[in-house]
Design a protein around this ligand. Structure first.
Ligand SMILES: Nc1nc2c(ncn2[C@@H]2O[C@H](COP(=O)(O)OP(=O)(O)O)[C@@H](O)[C@H]2O)c(=O)[nH]1
Ligand SMILES: [Mg+2]
Length: 458
């Protein structure tokens, strides 16, 4: 049996334990994997390094250390931190492999509280941190739950303009050949679904992010399953649907997708969150064009609808935590020279304007920053004659050392004509070589951490 002293100690320990769940969101390639890898890496180095001056708890030397913990939800794959580190710290540093699923990692941070109420109880406290990585594309499927097959089909046809319409041609041609009321032909449905999926991929390749259904482009374990073999159709919703026809099959598959894929995803993975970081690669749409920027804007807004926001009192929080702080971060800031970072933030503000409005209705705290989770370039100057211009230096993805002035980031989105005359060209870089026992180089990871965790480490 435990002694009274032990009981009291255990009680104190439990009461000094707190918990925070962070949703890391963003569209694919926004930099989520890089962010989580860096976050874990930075926190694991807090006991030996001082690389996070903007995180007040580490600046004040109140963080004792961090360690990884086994995750509680056993149905979710583990975030592949070690694999990512092997890639980054290999003799030829590379970016971590893209992830294609939800994943989770758990850390415990031991710290010395400076809040009076906590200090009275004990000299140390522990913050348990759950970090969850979501493919942004899957979050775009939420609206499907409120639409039947005919409404969803209609919404897809309505969206066909500009680049989309151009890219949809092969699919529209294939669709014309499907006899919707005819007897089901699984083979032809499969092949049209494939052409539709290719269309969705083509949209993404052209820099368009709003694609539905999200699983079609990131199928995970459902690759090749009939539940992913449907596509929007033109038909009269009032008309009777012949039994065992192509249309009946498509409708049934759509329904299956709604319940077994979308609903199940929300049910299993949407336990509630306390904090959210929305990562945005603003440079990518600048490289691709106006339409891509606007499309990313609306995709980000849609994504916000998957989460619950709001402040709730202490008691309410115990039962249903909600996101009370959101950080929007323009990632890969190391692609541009430091004096452009403030423009990058203005551009981010414009990008997330509709998303911001969606969440701000709940009167929560929000902020915008620019950062680089894993800094891949060094800054310097190029001198020509008596002029000196800021530059960045790194290794291109093909392995070439480069020193460039990547140009100006516009404060506001330029007009469509701008891209017709000239575009932007922000190059991608390989990660820099780093030492095994050194934390990954970063820009303002500590600022992001302070925003997300600062108050939890008081
Ligand atoms: N230079 C630089 N590139 C980055 C950074 N973060 C991500 N990237 C690049 O963006 C790509 C996609 O990042 P990733 O984290 O896999 O995106 P995810 O799809 O949101 O998980 C990486 O392969 C890198 O090329 C960063 O901090 N700096
Ligand atoms: Mg990823």
């Amino acid at each position: 049996m435990k002694s009274i002293k032990q009981e009291v100690n255990d009680f104190l320990h439990r009461s000094m334990d707190s918990h925070v769940r962070i949703a890391v969101t963003g569209l694919s390639r926004a930099g989520k994997t890089a962010f989580i890898t860096s976050l874990v890496n930075q926190l694991l180095h807090t006991s030996t390094h001082h690389q996070l001056p903007l995180l007040s708890a580490t600046r004040d030397k109140r963080v004792i250390g961090a360690k990884r913990e086994p995750q509680t939800n056993m149905m979710v794959p583990r975030f592949a931190y070690d694999e990512a580190m092997v890639q980054l710290q290999g003799s030829e540093p590379n970016w971590p492999e893209p992830t294609r699923d939800v994943s989770e990692i758990r850390l415990a941070l031991k710290y010395k509280p400076n809040k009076k109420s906590k200090k009275l109880l004990s000299s140390t406290a522990t913050l348990h941190l759950d970090i969850i990585d979501y493919p942004g594309e899957w979050l775009l499927d939420l609206p499907l739950l409120d639409m039947d097959f005919s409404q969803w089909s209609q919404s897809q046809f309505t969206a066909l303009s500009g680049k989309r319409l151009e890219l949809a041609k092969p699919w529209l041609e294939a669709l014309d050949k499907v006899d919707l009321q005819g007897e089901v032909d699984e083979h032809s449905l499969q092949s049209v679904a494939q052409i539709y999926t290719q269309y969705l991929h083509a949209c993404k390749d052209e820099g368009l992010h709003w694609v539905q259904p999200g699983r079609f482009v990131l199928p995970g374990e459902l690759e090749g399953a009939p539940v992913l073999q449907f596509f929007p159709c033109r038909f009269d919703p009032e008309q009777k649907v012949a039994k065992e026809s192509n249309l009946a099959t498509l409708k049934a598959r759509y329904h299956e997708y709604q319940t077994k894929v979308v609903k199940a995803f929300y049910k299993h993975h949407f336990s509630t969150f306390d904090r959210q970081i929305v990562l945005v690669d603003c440079l990518q749409p600048l490289n691709t064009g106006y339409e891509s920027f606007m499309d990313m804007r609306s995709a980000l807004e849609q994504l916000m609808h998957s989460f619950r926001y709001g402040r709730s009192g202490m008691v309410k929080r115990l039962f249903a935590p909600r996101i009370d702080k959101v950080l929007f971060a323009a990632t890969k800031a190391d692609h541009v020279t430091p004096e452009q970072h403030s423009n990058l933030v203005s551009l981010l503000q414009q990008m997330v304007h509709p998303a911001w409005q969606t969440a701000s209705f709940e009167n929560i705290e929000m902020s915008c920053i620019s950062m680089a989770s894993i800094q891949a370039t060094q800054t310097g100057f190029i001198t020509s004659g008596d002029q000196s211009i800021p530059a960045i230096q790194g290794v291109s993805l093909s392995g070439e050392p480069l020193t460039v002035y990547p140009g100006e980031v516009p404060k506001k989105l330029p007009s469509e004509e701008y891209w017709q005359k000239r575009g932007f060209e922000f190059t991608a870089f390989k990660p820099m070589a780093s030492q095994q026992d050194e934390p990954l180089p970063h820009i303002r990871m500590d600022k992001a951490l302070e925003y997300l965790l600062g108050d939890k480490l008081k």
